[in-house]
Design a protein around this ligand. Structure first.
Ligand code: PLP
Length: 387
């Protein structure tokens, strides 16, 4: 089922098919504008956006405060590299320390790059080689991040990848126990698995993971690329478990759509790292850091972490009331459900003005802007109920 697009849209879709490497299977729509939780196509048709650029547009599209701050910085200074000091980068690191409890930071430009940095730092800080990741994991598409990503289809064509990597069953402490040893540099996990279909880690599992760390001396990397910045109803996914990972990777919502990523580490990990061991040309530039600072300011002033928790509960409750929906799960505004024929629901919803996305043939994921309100959720439920 596809939307029949007329005129200009058809023209752009045709041009895309000739000009771009065909890595993406896109929905049949050309978006030109966004405002709050809403997107607009070329014909002015309005859509409620429950994808938010894949959990990225946390404060909504075109937030006035974000636009003002980023525009001011754009006019002052965009980029000078890390050969010099710049103010927004220092301010952002201090702010992140306050909201995350991690001690020191490094900035890059995407989630995969953050994971790369985390893996390199783990090897350097431990002088060990082995990584353990989990079934269902997704950590990105670069060679290192891909090495700890579970899906064979993503990995196979690019082997040999980083070794040794072992995959333990997610939320199964006995399986993990069998795989960790004195050669393990780090265990990497998502506190809520996103691409797998929104599956939170168990409290007991996380507790035991930290016990194993103390026993074997490996590091724990939390990949918070998708769960960070209020998505789950806490500032970070780790906060649901009351733990401090050794390394935390961040990106997606960090700049509310502006590309920026980073890692936070403990003082102890930072003390094992030396100059020139890692770097990025664009990472931490004044414009990206200002976008992230503006994002965090809006999350704080509009109490969006609380809104994520409250609206997440409301959304899950409403989803539970729908026929043909099962296994409603998630934390805050990171929600997964099971349905029959998810791709068909995605394209039908789009036609009706609702932007959603599926993580498999039978599961849908909802990661709307954290500013979403009850009326907008009701609008989504009405459309989902009518399909
Ligand atoms: C999206 C994602 C990544 C990769 O981020 P990119 O910015 O696409 O490189 C890594 N880890 C998790 C958990 C993600 O959801």
């Amino acid at each position: 089922m596809t939307i029949v697009q007329e005129g200009d849209a058809m023209n752009w879709i045709e041009r895309e098919s000739k000009a771009l490497i065909q890595f993406y299977r896109r929905q049949n729509v050309v978006f030109v504008k966004g405002e709050g939780c809403w997107l607009y196509d070329e014909n002015g048709k309005k859509y409620l956006d429950l994808v938010a650029g894949i959990a990225a547009i946390s404060i909504g599209h075109s937030h006035p405060q974000f636009i003002r701050k980023v525009s001011e910085q754009l006019q002052k200074l965009v980029h000078v590299s890390n050969l010099y000091y710049t103010i927004p980068q220092i301010q952002l690191a201090e702010k992140l320390s306050e909201i995350s409890g991690l001690d020191r930071f490094f900035f890059c430009n995407s989630g995969a790059e953050a994971v790369e940095a985390a893996l390199k730092v783990a090897r350097k800080a431990t002088s060990r080689k082995k990584f353990i990741a989990f079934t269902g994991s997704f950590h990105g598409r670069t060679m290192g991040a891909l090495s700890v990503t579970y899906k064979e289809k993503f990995r196979k064509p690019f082997e040999p990848l980083i070794q040794p990597v072992e995959f333990a069953e997610f939320n199964n402490i006995h399986d993990l126990e069998k795989k960790v040893d004195e050669n393990t540099a780090a265990v990497i996990l998502e506190p809520v698995q996103g691409e797998a279909g929104v599956y939170p880690a168990d409290k007991e599992f996380i507790k035991e993971l930290f016990r194993l760390r103390d026993e074997y001396g490996f590091l724990i990397i939390f990949d918070e690329v998708q769960t960070g910045f209020g998505r789950t109803g806490e500032w970070f996914g780790k906060d649901h478990f009351g733990v401090k990972p050794d390394i935390m990777a961040m990106a997606k919502a960090m700049g509310s759509g502006f590309p920026i990523g980073g890692i936070g580490v403990t003082e102890e990990v930072a003390s094992k790292l030396e100059s020139s061991e890692h770097a990025s040309t664009f990472g931490g530039n004044p414009l990206a850091c200002t976008a992230s600072l503006a994002t965090i300011e809006v999350i704080e002033s509009e109490k969006l972490v609380e809104n994520s928790k409250k609206m997440g509960e409301y959304f899950r409750k409403r989803l539970e009331g729908l026929d043909n929906v099962s296994s409603v799960r998630g934390l805050g505004l990171m929600i997964g459900i099971n349905v029959e024929n998810a791709p068909e629901i995605v394209s039908k919803a789009l036609q009706k003005g609702l932007v959603i996305n599926n993580t498999s043939e039978n599961s849908l994921r909802f990661v709307p802007p954290l500013i979403i309100n009850k009326e907008e959720i009701d609008y989504a439920i009405e459309i989902l109920g009518s399909i």
